[in-house]
Design a protein around this ligand. Sequence first.
Ligand SMILES: Nc1ncnc2c1ncn2[C@@H]1O[C@H](COP(=O)(O)OP(=O)(O)O)[C@@H](O)[C@H]1O
Ligand SMILES: Nc1ccn([C@H]2C[C@H](O)[C@@H](COP(=O)(O)OP(=O)(O)O)O2)c(=O)n1
Length: 223
Amino acid sequence: MTASTPILTIDGPSGSGKGTISRLVAQQLGWHYLDSGALYRAVGVAAGWADIDLADPAALVRCAFDTNIRFRDAADGELRVIVNDVDATDELRTETAGAAASAIAAIPEVRAALKDRQRHFCEPPGLVADGRDMGTVIFPGADWKVFLTASAEERAERRYKQLNSKGVSVTLAGLLREILARDARDAQRAVAPLRPADDAVRIDTTGLGIEDVVKQVLALVKR
Ligand SMILES: Nc1ncnc2c1ncn2[C@@H]1O[C@H](COP(=O)(O)OP(=O)(O)O)[C@@H](O)[C@H]1O
Ligand SMILES: Nc1ccn([C@H]2C[C@H](O)[C@@H](COP(=O)(O)OP(=O)(O)O)O2)c(=O)n1
């Protein structure tokens, strides 16, 4: 990590648009992008492949250290995630993987195991980092911090459309339940809970289009 490398953090709950907005802003600025949630999802999925019990913290911590995770920009603009040499992008995006990630993310030693890996993404010319604790724990000295929100109903609707467009069969009511459960677990855990940093700019994206949000975030960085 270079002390002078500019960092923008974008935190928020599931479906608030962190990933979409972060990638677009990073593209426009020509900066690197860290999808920290993908690291937690990858460890959860790798643990599943290795039959590790989600209630076995010591084995999960070993898994967090041992899992090889690489990101690759695909030709269609999607970010592919390669876990232990397997393209796990589609498996990672499922709600099952999200729930497993949220469960293992509550284990302090798992969070500690992933800390340095996240900080290594900070390379010139700049970094946009998205997650739950980017502005509070991983990059507390970030130059700009954004906290995105949207109503739970709108977030569930967005996820519904997103998964449907990929041919994944889900129900809106089921997604809303899962989103509310994940919000509660991520916000109530003892270590690095989901919350805005004191110096974060909050943007409620309910009813806003993607372009509107990108404009607001870029305006903040350029100010
Ligand atoms: N402001 C917005 N308005 C409408 N849809 C949005 C907005 N931001 C994101 N989306 C859509 O919502 C879905 C979930 O966004 P995503 O970036 O994956 O959220 P997160 O990373 O916070 O879980 C995506 O399909 C995305 O295109
Ligand atoms: N910085 C982070 C990122 C994700 N997590 C955990 C908590 C989240 O519910 C899961 C999945 O995160 P991810 O950002 O991929 O999920 P969403 O796209 O917001 O649905 O991982 C975390 O604890 N800290």
